[in-house]
Write a protein that binds this ligand. Structure first.
Ligand code: SF4
Length: 380
């Protein structure tokens, strides 16, 4: 298949769904004893609900929504540090739009902007660089956020700033990596995970081999997937066939986009600019070793944490989630969004209490947008 429409073909989808139902029967999975498949990426969570794949696939499959939405896994403490930076009168704080409404313990960036902070939405770190060039008397901070997909573009902006000798540009680095939290989930004795649908965009950068440990050390199948309905159905079928056949391999359904060894240019930029932090805090998962990136000493001048004395070098402290907020339990697949007491009541996309309701890739927002009350009934 070559064109997007072909990946949305309902006739082809019915064929794959029939094959999925057949393999589910062969495995002996039922609604009472389902196969648990985690889609790691928030983009996949969104697509599953958008296309109703959770309702089209047999009840013998249970999708567990993984921690692959960068906005959702960012802890409140880091939002608080963003607000501190943004409210510094010297600073123009630049960020992607989806981070604006993530609640901090006192306020979100949107509320800080309403209170007078100079916060500007950008589409790329290069926009932030341009703002720095045009405002030499102000400090421009870019909120670097995301998995390996966005990490290279932030690295390239730092390299560019270094080449130009810009002294008023820095990055508040919250870039994180996919494999460490997956290892944490696999080590959790309470988690039941039979296989994974692997992230497509992240893998475009890192390739498929960083997931080898999932197959080799944990004996679980993983299939890197694209984002169209047939991509996802085909990937689920590939995972199921591995389970049926007793195999545990890393397979690449998204080979039209994901090179086996990733993107060399992006990987070189990442290696040049960042190093692993000893620990980084994740919402719902706590601190995870070597799961976050910080800016290397060679580029220290562009590290907002160093420049403004915030974050991990300056006594970073975690912040308690609001009472009853079940973001952590949803994120680790322990409950479905409608089981959170705030779902649809105190927490909606218009008035989010937790981060999973903010981003369209968050499990709660996806349930609410495409399932709503129906999703709640399904769980009940
Ligand atoms: S409904 Fe809101 S508070 Fe509850 S888990 Fe979802 S985002 Fe968090």
């Amino acid at each position: 298949m070559r064109y997007v429409e072909e990946f949305r073909d309902p006739v082809a989808a019915k064929v794959v769904l029939a094959e999925i139902a057949h393999v589910v029967d062969q495995i002996g999975a039922t609604a009472e004893k389902p196969v648990h498949i985690m889609e790691i990426c928030g983009g996949h969570t969104h697509a599953i609900f958008r296309y109703g794949l959770d309702r089209l696939t047999p009840p013998g499959i249970e999708f567990i929504h993984g921690p692959g939405c960068p906005v959702c896994v960012l802890p409140m403490s880091r939002i608080d540090e963003c607000v501190t930076l943004a409210e510094d009168p010297r600073v123009i704080f630049t960020t992607f739009g989806d981070a604006m409404r993530v609640p901090g313990s006192k306020k979100s960036l949107l509320q800080a902007k309403a209170d007078g902070a100079d916060i500007r939405m950008v589409y790329s770190p290069l926009d932030a660089l341009e703002i720095a060039r045009r405002n030499p008397d102000r400090e421009v901070v870019f909120f670097g956020l995301g998995f390996e997909t966005t990490t290279p573009s932030t690295a390239l902006s730092i390299q560019q700033a270094a080449r130009e000798g810009l002294t008023n540009f820095s990055v508040f680095c919250n870039h994180i990596t996919v494999p460490p939290p997956i290892k944490v989930l696999l080590d959790d004795p309470h988690m039941i995970l039979d296989g994974f649908v692997g992230p497509g965009h992240v893998s475009m950068v890192i390739g498929i081999h960083p997931y080898d440990f999932i197959a080799e050390a944990y004996d679980k199948p993983i299939v890197v997937a694209g984002f169209e309905p047939l991509d996802l159905l085909q990937s689920v079928l590939m995972v199921l066939k591995q389970i049926r056949d007793g195999r545990a391999e890393v397979e690449n359904q998204y080979a039209r986009v994901v090179p086996e060894h990733g993107n060399r240019v992006s990987l070189a930029a990442i290696e040049d600019v960042y190093e692993a932090r000893p620990k980084f805090e994740w919402r719902g998962l706590g601190e995870i070793d070597a799961s976050g990136l910080r800016i290397r000493d060679a580029y220290k001048a562009f590290d907002a944490e160093e420049k403004f004395g915030v974050g991990y070098g300056a006594g970073h402290r975690s912040v308690q989630e609001p009472d009853g907020c079940a973001c952590g339990a949803v994120m680790t697949g322990r409950i479905k969004p409608p089981e959170c007491p705030h779902y649809g009541v105190g927490c909606t996309p218009e008035m989010p209490l937790g981060a999973l309701m903010v981003s369209s890739e968050g499990a709660c927002a996806a349930y609410y947008q495409y399932g709503g009350a129906r999703a709640a009934e399904t769980v009940e």
